[in-house]
Design a protein around this ligand. Sequence first.
Ligand code: SF4
Length: 318
Amino acid sequence: MQPTGRLHVGNLEGALRNWVALQNDYHMYCCIVDWHSLTAEFGDPSELKENVFQMAVDFIAAGLDPAKCAIFVQSEVKEHAELHLLFSMLISVPTLTRLPTYRERKDELDSYGFLGYPVLQAADICIYNAHKVPVGKDQEKHIWLANDLAKRFNNLYGPTLVEPEALFTKVPLILGSDRRKMSKSLNNDIAITATEAETAKKIMSFFTDEKKIRKGDPGNPDMCPVFMLHKVYTPEAEEEIAPPCRTGELGCVDCKKRLATNLNANLAALREKRAELVKKRGYVWDVLRDGSERARERARGVMEAVRTAMKISYRDNE
Ligand code: SF4
């Protein structure tokens, strides 16, 4: 996950909750990808360190257990960069320029680093010989690229790398206040760090079904981002929110107030833990250091196998 400095409920429900659930069944590596942030923020990286810290706090507060999974920073494991370089020989420039993520932003980000970031992503995965990558359906293409690069490598140099696969997780659709995908950069998000009052205020600003102007008007909850959040935070949303919305009996103001209450109650423990963790800076940096050590150990082994397969290992005499 990229250290953006402020996690929102879309990140929490779309990724983190799944990771927390998976940590009991898988040997997991949870990487804070600071190099990826630099593709857009190269001009001013001054906030990156604090953003990394805050993201580690979010990870732990959400329930990731540093004893069960390695929580670490990408740039602390230099092997990511080495495998990225080698992978970059295995893919053509036109393949990269055809990727939708490149086409969407090529006018604002035209650097070599931005063009190659999917290759770095593939290295982020393959450097751990990861079998599965927990993602939503919308990220399927990225995993496909990692799988393809691992396959190409194996075909050229012999079986060395695990060919990773997506572990599709059920991701609830979380839209922001303007009905677009929730995003910090669009300022349509509900930040995890927001106070209860800020959260309630933000929810009040959400668009709803545009045909429902006042209480009494029938609404369509399936067109409403507030209802999508209710489905996550209100246990009986389908029975208690959708029907009175449809008949008009429930007004949008009351509906939003109810969501704010439920969402704040749900996040209370996480926010409390978060507030404690930000005071324990030394502990959080220790977690990252320890995670980086564990990640490096595994990455080092994979990189050695890669060099040996390519016959570019210069530490033996053969
Ligand atoms: S009542 Fe609730 S679910 Fe229905 S349109 Fe209004 S905010 Fe959305």
